[in-house]
Design a protein around this ligand. Structure first.
Ligand code: 2BA
Length: 109
């Protein structure tokens, strides 16, 4: 068994969860925040049998869309005046950041 941890954008989360559930996957949704942008994202936890891993990853890949996002730098630079000046930055946020872990034990009590 594997544990998939998938960090996706909020905009994609609802559709992705619906598709995963239609295909028989169990999903837990966590409301999370990216450390860099300090913006909300969604982390999904899926415990899957080994033979269903590729199917889940394919759905995550299909539904997660990368997008450009403009944000104010969380690390403002000091200008010549000595004042801290926040500046806008553009980053491409990926469709999904995915970790796959081996599950040593799986129990439901
Ligand atoms: P954030 O940390 O808010 O990062 C959002 C996007 O900002 C990243 O997209 C990346 O394009 C950019 N970014 C992140 N750190 C940066 C840095 N130090 N310098 C310049 N640009 C930077 P993604 O890479 O697609 O990541 C999307 C979200 O996935 C992240 O949101 C974070 O919540 C999570 N994530 C990504 N890699 C991770 C990792 N290795 N461990 C844990 N969470 C991760």
């Amino acid at each position: 068994m594997k544990l998939i941890i998938a960090i996706v954008q909020d905009e994609d989360a609802g559709r992705l969860i619906s598709n995963l559930m239609q295909e028989g996957y169990s999903v837990t949704k966590l409301a999370t925040t990216g450390g860099f942008l300090r913006a909300g994202n969604t982390t999904l936890l899926l415990g899957v049998d080994d033979h269903k891993l590729d199917g889940a990853l394919a759905l995550i890949e299909k539904i997660g869309h990368s997008r450009k996002q403009v944000a104010t730098s969380p690390s403002p630079v000091a200008g010549s005046t000595g004042a801290y000046v926040p500046y806008p930055i553009e980053v491409v946020v990926g469709g999904a950041t995915v970790f796959v872990l081996d599950v040593e034990k799986f129990k439901k009590y």
